[in-house]
Design a protein around this ligand. Sequence first.
Ligand code: BES
Ligand code: MN
Ligand code: ZN
Length: 495
Amino acid sequence: MKFEVSGGGAQIWDKDVLGLALYEGFSEEDLSPLPPDSAKIVWLEVSRGNFKAKKGSSLVVPLAGERPQCVVLAGLGKKEEVRADNYRLAAFTAARAAANRKASSVSIVMTDAAGHEIKHDREISRCVAGGVVLAGYRFEKYRSPDEDDNFKPVETADVPGADPGALEEGRIISAGQCWARDLANEPGNVINPETFEREARKTAEDYGLEITVFHAPELERKGMNALLSVGRGSATPPRLIHLTYRPKAESRGTVALVGKGITFDSGGLSIKPADSMVTMKGDKTGACVVLAAVKVAAELKLPLTVHAITGVAENMPGGGAYRPDDIIRAYNGKTIEVNNTDAEGRLTLADALAYASELAPDALIDIATLTGACAVALGDTTAGLFTNDDSLGDEFLEAAKRSGERFWRLPMDDENLRKKIKSPAADVINSAGRYGGAITAAMFLENFVKKGQPWIHLDIAATDFAKEAYSYYSKGATAFGMNSIIGFILKRAGE
Ligand code: BES
Ligand code: MN
Ligand code: ZN
């Protein structure tokens, strides 16, 4: 798809669908970008009380002429409370309405309370482009077309007043989100540790990234027994994948991203009940997000070094499977007693985090569909954040706020709770019961991050997967966290 930046005025009437984003309390004057006859019809609909411009709301008004065939009003919410993300949702709403009627072009106009076009800054332009790209996203490659379904992503979007460079950045970022969603949506019979490696290698080749992959013999030599153990029950052996983007010229620092990459989580011998196993193809979302993030960093040519690291494994109850009671020595030398093979993510992360710590990045961020307990605590539209560094945590939460992804910080300073991950037989135990399960998981991980290393742990369990479409998320994988990570990286790169 392509973006245009027309001069506005009558040029915006020449697209199939005309999207107009409005703040609450808008007046008839704010409809002035519409062709005069249409403005009357649309205002009549508005006067009937059908649209108040609440955030996320919309009104589609079909018109008689050929172009535009309809106007889509999209709500930005209250002007005083507006965030850049509201523009993304408004653009999504307009472009999704267009896509739902097989319209191939859309214009997206924003007006303020006086009927003037809103001046775009780079962030708004990025968001608008992102919204349009996300509006074209659905995962349906394995599904025959539905006769009654008119969905077709738009081909052209005109965004008068936008910054063309920022539109392109927004397109790259959201195309990366869609790519991560696609990969996460692939089922376990398509993506396993071997095929995930293939994707990573192809990405490295296409975007000029460095790549190192450790297969089982190498993992054995290095003593990455935690990752190895989790993979033992599967027919496809695990591997550790490390990609690096290095800017050609100046680098303003180093960020290491670690993603949980369980291509399918059956629970292993501590097997999950049938209903809990459904959606566990999504247990590789963290890995998909970090792979997409390093790809986007390269595409944007950011002046920042970015590492993406993932221990990829399939958690299965095969004959070679690791067992409850096993004691494992992780890469950093610490020993782990296993009391639940379904607490596998923290084991793969243990080795990956210890490995990433060796790079001594300015910031180390892991992202993982780690605990059902996090979803119980925060619901399935807010993810958990844990950190050993308050200022790094605040910096990330600020980026998350701007990205529109909800994160909430959970504490790691409860020493009584920390006792629960003690083991009589080893340095730590991998599961510590239901109470505070997201926190004890984070405390477990902390054992494998080098002391003094600024670190953030993101628990995206359940936010990774939308049971039904909401906001600009389609049903299925959301790539939750990717947008915040990109926002964080952009800031670190000085953008
Ligand atoms: N992948 C799951 C966590 C999960 C749950 C992700 C729901 C997405 C939605 C993780 O590996 C797991 O099984 N965690 C256990 C930990 C427990 C055994 C300590 C859990 O949450 O029950
Ligand atoms: Mn599990
Ligand atoms: Zn898991």
